[in-house]
Design a protein around this ligand. Structure first.
Ligand code: TYD
Length: 215
């Protein structure tokens, strides 16, 4: 008998929207309901993902005075995110789905459509370089205001900020996410909006409710 392919779910939102907490909680809920689930995140733990994290934390710097918030060329970073994604799918995601295991990823293509479209100023190009990335069965977007996102993130990080974690930027990211969601929907992908301002338990319950139809 052929094994049924696993489901591929993605959590998305602003920095501080709660994607990491909710990905863990959703996975716990799925396991309680008898699913085999693999939890992952982007940037991935693979070689390109490690390089991306080094750029985000300024361990790798670009040419002094170059474009981009970190001095690292924004288009080069967009290509690294896209390359990490293809490697992540090939090495970690696709083999598990084929083996009947569900995969939940904390961020995926929609993050690039939101962040890199903004930093590169060229949404069609960002969409094109991500065109080969696997389409998730559902992308779950946690909606929080930019103010909530920045407040939560700042509280969690003891004052240390990554390059995208500044309030004015998060407001622009929120707008860019809306465009990205519209693009994915136009491509026929399923994107669900969930109120991320609620208490953690209520957010997980809302996510679970949207998910039952998938299994
Ligand atoms: P994040 O997911 O918040 O991880 P951590 O909690 O470990 O800091 O950080 C990843 C950052 O990278 C976040 O600011 C969003 C950004 N990002 C992109 O700009 N493009 C992408 O394609 C992805 C996956 C993330």
């Amino acid at each position: 008998m052929r094994r049924r392919r696993g489901r591929f779910l993605v959590l998305e939102g602003l920095d501080g929207a709660g994607t990491t907490t909710q990905a863990q909680r959703l996975v716990a809920w799925m396991r309680e309901h008898g699913r085999k689930v693999h939890l992952t995140a982007e940037p991935s733990g693979g070689p390109v993902g490690v390089m991306v994290r080094q750029v985000l934390t300024r361990r790798i710097a670009g040419v002094p005075g170059a474009r981009g918030a970190a001095g690292f060329d924004a288009a080069a970073l967009a290509l690294l995110f896209a390359a990490d994604r293809l490697d992540h799918v090939a090495v970690e995601i696709a083999p598990r789905l084929a083996a009947g295991v569900d995969v939940v990823s904390d961020r995926f293509t929609l993050s690039s459509l939101a962040y890199q479209s903004l930093t590169c100023g060229d949404a069609p190009w960002v969409e094109a370089i991500n065109g080969r990335a696997l389409a998730p069965d559902a992308t779950l977007f946690l909606e929080v205001s930019p103010a909530t996102a920045v407040r939560r993130r700042f509280a969690a990080s003891a004052g240390k900020r990554e390059i995208f974690e500044v309030p004015a930027f998060q407001r622009k990211v929120a707008r860019s996410y809306r465009n990205g969601i519209a693009r994915l929907r136009a491509l026929g992908q399923r994107v669900e909006l969930v109120d991320g301002e609620l208490a953690a338990e209520a957010v997980t319950a809302a996510l679970a409710e949207r998910m039952v139809t998938l299994f």
